[in-house]
Design a protein around this ligand. Structure first.
Ligand code: PRE
Length: 389
């Protein structure tokens, strides 16, 4: 197939498409709630709600009992063997609840923690390494993969600030979270001792999480794109005075030795990752859910206080709040005749709150928040990761 030919899939099986539409119809009420808050981007108008009651004959098809026998084939004047064979359900590769066959994009080299997070969420998935965060998002948007995994915060080193900004540059939805316990190792070439090291490479977050050990060793710290990338550099350069902070999986992947393990300052070192997809999931109330939103505020006294109160008033806990500069409008200048002009920074506020969008109290809280906000977007509503770390 030439590279500029895009295969477009259509259903040759009425029953299959009917199932999809029926499934959507059953969840129509929930979906309309989601769309109201901007967290559903699929165009339901394209699916045909009346299709559920339609029969093949209504669609202008006369299939008889649905089967084609040999006599029908011989009546054709054309060679049908060159026509594309319809996909059967066994050919289809789609995200399954057991995690099989899901393709997950992550930023970094094989052996990175983000790859481990993808494997924790989808144990049988195919992981797809990407060089840039932009490519991770693009891979999902262009249907090259089914999901993306994105590190968002660490219990010791804090938020991955830049990753917050990516949400507004793209329109992916948060459909899950993964909490991964991070045990860093100091890696070196076989035969190298810890004392031989003059320089240690790693991702800035990992170097930050192992400050005490780095100060003790008195080495030069060098930032790399990711921890596994650091291990790869040490292995490929063969530098005996250079070590890497990375996982034991990375040591195995690149044939390095573990000089020291669990070197992080805090033994409870946990990184939270988000799972992103093209479509949101239908939020439930069967298990604890979180909702992530981003908003900007109107001007006025106490607006941030009022914004946060909409959750407190309804007994909804906030699990995270983060602010990021509004890049397109970073400063607001207010002129006051008596006090002169003042510059205020403008922010996007990101909040995770502990409720499902299927709960009326969450819907009321967002409706209330709209009174004080200029812009509001639901980034996703997803089950809390309550698995063992
Ligand atoms: O470098 C990696 O291996 C990553 O997956 C990135 C990352 C991060 O950005 O926080 C992930 C987990 C650890 O906290 C350290 C690094």
């Amino acid at each position: 197939m030439s590279s500029n030919v895009v295969p477009i899939c259509f259903s040759a099986n009425y029953a299959h498409s009917k199932w999809g539409v029926t499934h959507l119809l059953q969840n129509k009420n929930k979906i309309s709630t989601l769309r109201k808050w901007g967290c559903f981007s699929a165009n339901l108008g394209q699916s045909r709600p009346h299709l559920e009651d339609e029969k093949p004959s209504d669609l202008g098809l006369n299939l008889g009992d649905g089967r084609i026998d040999g006599s029908q084939v011989t009546k054709c004047h054309k060679d049908l063997s060159s026509l594309p064979k319809p996909l059967s359900s066994t050919d289809l590769v789609s995200p399954n609840s057991d995690g099989s066959k899901v393709r997950v994009a992550y930023k970094g080299a094989p052996g990175a923690y983000s790859e481990a997070a993808a494997l924790k969420a989808f144990p049988k998935c195919e992981t797809v390494p990407c060089e840039e965060f932009e490519s991770v998002f693009k891979a999902v948007e262009l249907w090259l993969v089914d999901r993306a995994i994105l590190q968002i915060e660490n219990s010791v080193a804090g938020s991955a600030h830049r990753n917050y900004d990516l949400f507004l540059r793209h329109r992916l939805h948060i459909v899950g979270e993964v909490q991964l316990s991070i045990d860093h190792c100091l890696l070196g070439l076989p035969g190298v001792q810890q004392e031989d090291l003059k320089c240690v490479l790693s991702h800035p977050q990992a170097l930050d999480q192992c400050k005490m050990m780095m100060n003790e060793l008195n080495v030069v710290k060098v930032n790399t794109e990711d921890t596994a990338g650091a291990a790869k550099i040490v292995a490929t350069k063969g530098a005996r005075d250079t070590g890497a902070i990375a996982s034991s999986r990375a040591a195995e992947t690149y044939g390095l030795h573990i000089l020291s393990n669990k070197i992080q300052d805090d033994s409870d070192n946990v990184t939270r990752f988000l799972i992103l997809a093209r479509e949101p999931i239908i939020p439930g109330t069967d298990k604890p859910h979180k909702t992530s939103i981003v908003f900007t505020l109107e001007e006025g006294p106490g607006v941030l206080f009022k914004a946060l109160a909409v959750f407190a008033l309804r007994g909804i806990s906030l699990s995270k709040i983060e602010s990021r500069p509004q890049r397109n409008r970073p400063v607001r200048i207010v002129d006051d005749r008596n006090k002169g002009s003042a510059k205020y920074f403008e922010y996007f506020f990101y909040i995770d709150f502990e409720a499902s969008m299927a709960e009326p109290r969450a819907q009321y809280a967002l409706r209330h928040l709209q009174e004080f906000s200029r812009f509001l977007r639901v980034l996703g509503c997803y089950p809390v990761d309550s698995t063992n770390l």
